[in-house]
Design a binder for this molecule. Sequence first.
Ligand SMILES: *Cc1c(COP(=O)(O)O)cnc(C)c1O
Length: 388
Amino acid sequence: MANPTESLNQGTIAVRGGLNTDEQYGSVIPVITPSTCYRYHEFATPREFDYARKSNPSRRLVEETVAKLEGGADAILTNCGMSAIHLISISLLTPNDLVVAPHDCYGGSYRLFNSLSQRGYFKAKFVDQSDPVALKEALNLKPKLVLIETPSNPLLRVVDIYEIAKQAHEVGALVLVDNTFMTPILQKPLALGADIVTHSCTKFLNGHSDLLAGILVFKDQQLATDVLWWANNIGTLTSSFDSFLLLRGLRTLSARITLQQINAQKVVEFLVNHPKIANVYHPSLPLNHGHEIAKKQQKGFGSLLSFELAGKAEALPKFLKALNIFTLAQSLGGVESLICHPATMTHSGITAEARKTAGISDQLLRISVGLEDISDLLNDLQQALAVI
Ligand SMILES: *Cc1c(COP(=O)(O)O)cnc(C)c1O
C-alpha cells in the first residue's frame, strides 16, 4: 500500500513526526517510554522492542522522522554528534581502510579521525576538497569512506556534494555528509549522491540548546541494519527523554530555519556595510568560496556567518564585552543568538599555524543568528561597534 506520508513536504513532516501513534489512549503527542525492557508475547516471541540499548519507541519516532526529512531508508539516533561519527567510522573501517576528510572539518571530527588513526584503527587523510588536484590525489588512494562537510566551519566555504560523491563512488568509496549546518530543510545530501548523512542534533535539529544527540541517516537499508548491530554492540544510543525533547524541537525546524535565515541575511547586510568590519563570510555573498555552488546546492544560505573586525586587535575583547544579546558561547543552531571566537574557543585545539593555513585569523568571529527580533539584534551590534 502506498504510504500517504511519502508525498508530504518537509515542514509538515517535521511538525507531525510521531503524532497520533499512541494506540492505548489516543494521545496526540507521543508518550515517553523510559522502560529498558519489553515483555515478550510468549516463549520465543519478542515484540518490536526487547531491550532499550538496541532500540526503544521514543527514539524510533525521531529516527523515522529524520529519515523522512532527509529522504533516507532508515536512521540511527545516537547520544551526540561525535558518537554518530565514531559509530560510522568504527562500523565501516578496518586498519587498512582510509577515510578522507576535509582539512577544515569540524574540530571534533578532525581530532577523532586523527587520534584513532594514530592508534591504528584505520588511516585518515585530510584534504582541501575544493582543490580538484588534491581531491583526486586523495581519491587515488582508494578510500573506503569520504566525509564531506559543507558549508565549512567557521568560514562557510561551500563544496560540491554531487561532484565529490560522483568521484568518490568511482573509486568505490562510501560518502558521508555532515549536514549539521544546513539541515534537511536547506540541503538534501542523499538526493545529491551521498550514502549517509550525519547531524549533530544538538544544534539546529533540536534548536533549543538543551540536549546532546547525533544521527546517521542511510540511503540503503542494509547498511543501516549493519550499523545498528554496531550501535547495539557499542551502546551509543540516546535516552527516551532526550528523544522526546528532540522530537518536540523538530516540530518547529522548518519555521526556525526560515526565520533565522531571514534574520541572518539582515545581519550580513548590516556587517557588510559597516566601516569597522573588514570581511564577512556567508554563502550568500558573491565573493564567498563556493557561492555559485551554494546557489544550486542549497535551498537557502543558512543562519551562520563569520566576520573580522577592522582595526587593532584590542578592539575584539571590547566589542565582545559590549554585546548584550549575542552570547559568547561555542554552540550554534539554537533559537538564541550566539557569538564565538574560533581561535580561543572552537578551534583552539588546532595549532596557530594550522589555523592560519585554514584562513582562521585571530580577528575572526562566528555568529549563529537566532530568533530574537531583528531590530534588537542589529541595535546590539551597532552599539557594540560604536564603543571600539
Ligand atoms: C557540533 C558538531 C558536531 C559534534 O556534535 P556533538 O553533538 O557536539 O557531539 C559534529 N559536526 C558538526 C558540524 C558540528 O557542528
